[in-house]
Design a binder for this molecule. Structure first.
Ligand code: MN
Length: 300
């Protein structure tokens, strides 16, 4: 008898077209890469993540006790493709630069964490090469040097700083785990005047409030979320899982606060690996993280 509306997020994501791009507040883009993880000695599979996360995102409802994300318009650009990692990176950089120039909020789905170097480069271009701030939520520092002259999943933040795209003082590493970094890398990142927040030092604190307190009020902000910062019990499908880390609920609250914060213009989620997932636990969590970020934007 009744015909009460019961939509899913899949129903409200607009197909990509010139008109829908103009209408959209938020653009979703997939950057399916594995090569950067391979170069860094990790286990491959992350290239399958964008489509698997989309499947889980589509099934969620847009409603929460805080509001409904039906209030904002979202379109999905689809996946960036190419014959090499460098070609995919170059196309993803250009796409993001254009989205940001057109005043969109961008959600990028990796792929390996190598994607943040081209994506943040495109972001920087899009805001007119002004200074911006970046928070990397990660178990690792990701400031390794290139390997055999090639960028990989552990070198994004070194390249962004060395190439003067991201000033070190505007960069925060959040959730770094013990026994997961080299002292030489920690020293290097401190020498760049970046802030490092260790996961251990957040123990017993309100994680999302600590995170929210770090966000810049003046500069446009880019949030990069490496799924390996979440404990493997909650996110087993990761390129480099760890038994300790943030809880699933921490990740959702961080994403909500990231979306709520007025200077946030971009979120990327990297290193989800569906090949090692258990019962879609990780892709479902990534989908919930996106929904929480969208809800934050709705509640601005
Ligand atoms: Mn990382």
């Amino acid at each position: 008898m009744s015909n009460l509306p019961d939509p899913r997020i899949g129903d409200i994501i607009l197909p990509y077209s010139e008109k829908n791009f103009e209408l959209a507040d938020v653009i979703l883009i997939g950057v399916p890469t594995d090569e950067g993880i391979k170069r860094n000695g990790g286990r491959i599979g992350a290239a399958q993540a964008p489509d698997e996360i989309r499947k889980q995102l589509a099934k969620l409802t847009p409603d929460s006790s805080n509001g409904s994300i039906t209030k904002i318009k979202i379109t999905d650009f689809g996946n960036v493709t190419g014959n090499s990692l460098e070609e995919i990176h170059s196309k993803a950089k250009d796409a993001v630069s254009n989205f940001i120039k057109e005043d969109k909020i961008v959600i990028a789905l990796g792929g390996g964490h190598d994607i943040t170097y081209p994506l943040a480069s495109g972001f920087h271009q899009g805001i007119g090469t002004k200074d911006f701030s970046l928070v990397n939520i990660d178990a690792h520092l990701d400031v390794r040097e290139k390997k055999n002259g090639l960028h990989h999943s552990g070198s994004s933040f070194r390249l962004l700083i060395e190439e003067n795209i991201l000033p070190g003082k505007n960069f925060t590493e959040f959730g770094i785990q013990q026994f997961s970094f080299a002292n030489s890398h920690l020293q290097w990142i401190k020498d760049q005047s970046a802030a490092v927040v260790f996961h251990d030092d957040l123990y017993g604190k309100h994680v999302s409030l600590e995170f929210g307190g770090l966000l810049s009020k003046e500069l446009y902000t880019y949030i990069s979320f490496d799924i390996d910062s979440i404990r493997s019990g909650d996110a087993p499908g990761s390129s480099a899982p760890s038994p300790v880390g943030f809880r699933a609920e921490d990740a959702l609250h961080i994403c909500y606060h990231a979306g709520l914060h007025p200077t946030t213009r971009m979120l990327d989620i990297a290193e989800v690996n569906p090949l090692f997932d258990l019962d879609q636990r990780t892709t479902k969590l990534a989908a919930r993280m996106i929904a929480s970020f969208l809800l934050g934007i709705t509640c601005r």
